[in-house]
Design a protein around this ligand. Structure first.
Ligand code: HEC
Length: 228
């Protein structure tokens, strides 16, 4: 428990000094211009050559309403593919190879004829997509944490006097603090299991949502804001 608190304090200091997320998302916004030939995101977004990408993280692949997906993408969704930052990262590098590997089908076809090779560009564009989604999800006076990893873990949101909530979240699920009258800052944490006291945590300010991308013990988790 002691180690957990020290680690939490360290990430607090780093978080306060460097709001890296904004930068990544800003760079990602520029990269996203490459996607806008086919995709829209945000309020009033419509399906174009590709499906709407609002809230794509946590969505089952091939399921946005009113879009006519390729057969392989629908099969991947039916086989349990849920988008998170890790698998979008791989999909963008090569949609066809990604679907072939996921479906274990050498004949799988990708309807998306576009590849983004650069690693940093892929990270930034995913930060842009997830920060967008987060801005829409977070309550004005509270904060949330989204499980963007591929496994179920136990999450906590702790707003001090305004209360603490603990809940198991499946991939793509979000836990928020209770709405309150005044802005609440606090901590979001993640634990491997309910019995497991060690974990990772982050300081968070009101109106924000943090995404947990990959769980690792002893405060080495990967968070969507990148300011580990
Ligand atoms: C030339 C058009 C085109 C471009 C450019 C393009 N996409 Fe796509 N994208 C598509 C199509 C078409 C699909 C549907 C794929 C299918 O059904 O197999 C798709 C699907 C997706 C999906 C899966 C969505 C879902 O609902 O399952 C994601 C995620 C995605 N694209 C992200 C991106 C990002 C991020 C970029 C920019 C870096 C991008 N795409 C650029 C055409 C495009």
């Amino acid at each position: 428990m002691r180690r957990f608190h020290i680690a939490a304090f360290v990430s607090l200091a780093i978080f306060a000094a460097a709001p890296v997320q904004a930068q990544d998302a800003a760079a990602g916004e520029k990269i996203f211009r490459k996607c806008t030939a086919c995709h829209q995101v945000g309020e009033g977004a419509k399906n174009k050559a590709g499906p709407v990408l609002t809230d794509v993280i946590g969505r089952t692949a091939g399921t946005f309403e009113g879009y006519s997906y390729g057969k392989s993408m629908r099969a991947a969704g039916a086989a349990g593919l849920v988008w998170n930052s890790e698998n979008i990262f791989n999909y963008l590098f090569n949609p066809k190879d990604f679907l072939r590997a996921f479906l274990d089908d050498p004949k799988a076809k990708a309807k998306m004829k576009f590849r983004l090779k650069d690693e940093q560009d892929r990270r930034d564009v995913i930060a842009y997509l997830s920060s967008f989604q987060m801005a829409m999800a977070a309550p004005v006076n509270g904060f949330c944490v989204t499980n963007q990893s591929q496994l179920t873990h136990v999450f906590a949101v702790d707003a001090g006097d305004a209360g603490r909530k603990v809940q198991e979240l499946a991939p793509g699920e979000t836990l928020c603090t209770t709405e309150s009258d005044a802005p609440q800052n606090g901590f979001v944490s993640v634990f491997e299991t309910p019995e497991h006291a060690e974990g990772c945590s982050r300081l968070i300010t009101a109106g924000n949502t943090e995404g947990m991308v990959k769980y690792a013990d002893f405060d080495r988790c990967e968070w969507a804001s990148h300011s580990s």
